[in-house]
Every structure is written in structure tokens, then in C-alpha cells.
Design a protein around this ligand. Structure first.
Ligand code: IMP
Ligand code: MG
Length: 188
């Protein structure tokens, strides 16, 4: 915790704050620095996976001073294991990924099934390179192998919200990442 960090007003539905705005900002700057060094002269396309990625991508892009472009994909989130990892594409890329350096940007990776599907989808366009950057990760929950080149934080196995992450489309606006109080989603 930074010493002069302003006090955070915790939302009553949040049990515990995992990552403060200051901790997030510092890590996002570091990730932006690494990406800038690795992709100098490569003009990468940062592809954000909507919706949860929006604050992360906004901050990450501003931490990357080298030339890059931004695109988005929107999917219907993978739910349950019955669908074999298939997700429905609601919005596809506007720029072609062919011969471009692609960075897929996610808010959180859990089983890895969503990004496994999306990396295969983008790979069909034969990009010059393809890598994954996620703010949050639960590596021990992985059901498929998925190389993650840039990772902000490992997070524990609790349902978390804030900084883009939602529960039923709520809490995305919170400036921190926090554990949602189980009372919010458990039947009483
Ligand atoms: P995966 O396909 O299991 O890797 O799921 C990743 C997606 O599930 C993320 O893009 C999130 O939308 C969602 N997700 C996973 N864990 C959480 C969480 O703790 N809070 C909010 N959304 C989550
Ligand atoms: Mg997501």
C-alpha cells in the first residue's frame, strides 16, 4: 500500500479489496513498459475482449507510447462445460489480423476456455505473431493450456468484481478489484 494513497470508499457489497487503484495503476504501467519494449517497430494491434476489458485497455493503451492500434471483440461469455469451450462471436475484428502482431487483452483468465477459442479464431487469419495479456489470472483453474506472455496479478479463487469485472453487469465501475460478498450471490 502506498503511504499517501487516498482512503478508498468500499462498496457495501465488497467483502475485501484485493487490488487498490494505486496497485493496479503501477502494474499496468509496468505491463505497458514491457509491451513497448517488446513491440517497438511492430505496430501491434491490441484486441480487447469486451466488456470487462474496457478500463484495463484504456489505461494500458495510455501506458504504451509506441505506435499501436486498438480493436475489440465481443463474445457471449462461455458458461458451463457443456459447450466444449465454444463461444459465440458477437463482434468480430474490424482490422484484419493477417501479417499483424496481435495482442489479445483480457480482464481475467480462469479456465482459459474463452481465450483458447479466441486465439484459435484469430490464428486462422495468420497473424505475424499472437500473444495474450491479462490483468488477472487464476492459473490453477486452467482447463486448457494457454500461454500468457503478460500477466498483471494472480488472484485467488473467489468471485471478484471491479475495474471492469462484473457480477450481473454490476460493479464494473469500481476503481479497485475486490471480492464480492458471497451474500450478494448465494441464496440465503
Ligand atoms: P474463462 O473462459 O474460464 O477463462 O473465463 C474468463 C471470463 O470469465 C472472463 O473474461 C470473465 O468475463 C469471466 N470471469 C471469470 N472469473 C471472474 C470473476 O471472478 N469475476 C468476474 N468475471 C469473471
Ligand atoms: Mg471477460
Amino acid at each position: 500500500m502506498l503511504q499517501n494513497a487516498p482512503p478508498i470508499k468500499k462498496h457495501p457489497d465488497i467483502a475485501h479489496i484485493l487490488l487498490t487503484p494505486q496497485e493496479i495503476a503501477r502494474r499496468v504501467d509496468q505491463l505497458g513498459g514491457s509491451i513497448s519494449r517488446d513491440y517497438a517497430d511492430k505496430k501491434p494491434i491490441l484486441i480487447g475482449i469486451l466488456k470487462g476489458v474496457f478500463p484495463f485497455l484504456a489505461d494500458l493503451s495510455r501506458a504504451i507510447p509506441i505506435p499501436h492500434t486498438i480493436d475489440f471483440m465481443a463474445i457471449r461469455p462461455f458458461e458451463g462445460h457443456g459447450a466444449g469451450g465454444a463461444v459465440q462471436i458477437l463482434k468480430d475484428l474490424e482490422e484484419t489480423a493477417t501479417d499483424r502482431h496481435i495482442l489479445l487483452i483480457e480482464d481475467i483468465i480462469d479456465t482459459g476456455l474463452t481465450l483458447h477459442f479466441l486465439t484459435n479464431w484469430v490464428r486462422e487469419q495468420r497473424p505475424a505473431s499472437l500473444a495474450v495479456c491479462t490483468l488477472l489470472d487464476r492459473p490453477h483453474r486452467r482447463l486448457v493450456e494457454l500461454p500468457v506472455l503478460y500477466r498483471g496479478f494472480k488472484v485467488p479463487d473467489h468471485f471478484i468484481v471491479g475495474y471492469g469485472l462484473d457480477y450481473k453487469q454490476q460493479y464494473r465501475h469500481l476503481p479497485y478489484v475486490g471480492i464480492l460478498a458471497p451474500a450478494v450471490y448465494l441464496p440465503n
